[in-house]
Design a protein around this ligand. Structure first.
Ligand code: NAD
Length: 263
């Protein structure tokens, strides 16, 4: 594949370059943050997004939510498929991603590792069985000190899986950022807590706690190479597919393919 990597100087960007090359793909270039003054030293050329959109089979994007609307606009005019791993995307930015998916194939995931995606499937099933009135669902995540968004994209997806299993929406029951005299936990709430520190790649736990017992699902990512490996697999899966907004559950075959019909 001819691959373009957005945010080539970032942690994920560098890991993606290494993995794409190791797999024998042609990394034709990448973008740099126009606002960053940091020097870039690498043999991968820094190219403009329009060039990458026209010349790549796929571009892989782990950058910043603020860049997403511009990426959606430019990529829609090109031929490259778009693997999107950036998190913290606001609803209006997400609309731009959806608009782009009418023109090009887009695979968007807040977590590209296999383990946490399986965890979401199990979370959905447990939530459908355990009564929300009795089993309090709480999600705790911890990430490295540089992470800019909270709760993490994966924590939100876990919360959505629980909400789906319970036949509700996360927006209706989310309790995040408890602080001070915030009152007792609402029945059926899905609670979130975010911890930050050091260079932790990603830890998530989901517990269902009743008066007499607790069930906990937990996941630890030790190395961000699992995300890059998932993104590279997603890229190979996506190239050649018709326009649409695809999810990683479809690639992993955890749900049937739905393309544009996806809700
Ligand atoms: P990072 O800060 O190390 O890298 C981001 C890079 O993007 C930086 O080099 C930054 O300068 C660059 N950038 C910002 N705006 C840009 C723009 N307009 N054009 C080009 N480059 C731009 O962060 P990271 O740890 O590599 O994570 C990047 C994103 O990926 C974050 O949103 C993070 O939450 C997400 N992430 C997702 C997964 C997943 O599995 N989906 C896994 C890890 C990280």
């Amino acid at each position: 594949m001819r691959v373009g990597i957005l945010g080539i100087a970032g942690r994920m960007g560098q890991e993606l370059v290494a993995q794409a090359r190791a797999a024998g793909h042609d990394v034709i270039g990448g973008t740099l943050n126009p606002a960053s003054a940091r020097a870039y030293r690498n043999d991968i050329p820094a190219l403009g997004l329009p060039h990458l959109a026209g010349q790549s089979d796929v571009v892989i994007d782990f950058t910043h939510a603020d860049a997403v609307a511009e990426h959606a606009r430019v990529l829609s005019t090109g031929r490259a498929a778009w693997v999107l791993g950036t998190t913290g995307i606001a609803p209006e930015q997400q609309l731009q991603v959806e608009a782009a998916s009418h023109r090009i194939a887009v695979l968007q995931a807040a977590h590209f590792g296999l383990g946490i995606n399986l965890l979401m499937t199990v979370a959905r099933q447990l939530a459908a069985i355990l009564p929300a009135e009795t089993y309090d669902a709480e999600i705790v995540e911890m990430h490295h000190r540089q992470k800019v968004d909270a709760p993490s994209g994966s924590a939100l997806l876990l919360g959505q899986a629980v909400a789906e299993g319970r036949g509700t929406t996360l927006a209706a029951v989310m309790e995040s950022g408890r602080d001070g005299h915030c009152g007792a936990r609402a029945t059926g709430a899905i609670g979130f807590a975010s911890l930050r520190g050091g260079q932790i790649v990603g830890e998530h736990s989901l517990s269902f706690t009743a008066l007499g017992e607790q069930i906990t699902l937990s996941h630890r990512a030790f190395d961000r190479n699992i995300f890059a490996a998932g993104a590279m697999r997603a890229a190979a899966w996506l190239v050649g597919r018709p326009p649409g907004l695809y999810g990683i559950d479809e690639m992993l075959d955890l749900r049937p393919a739905r393309g544009h019909d996806r809700q």
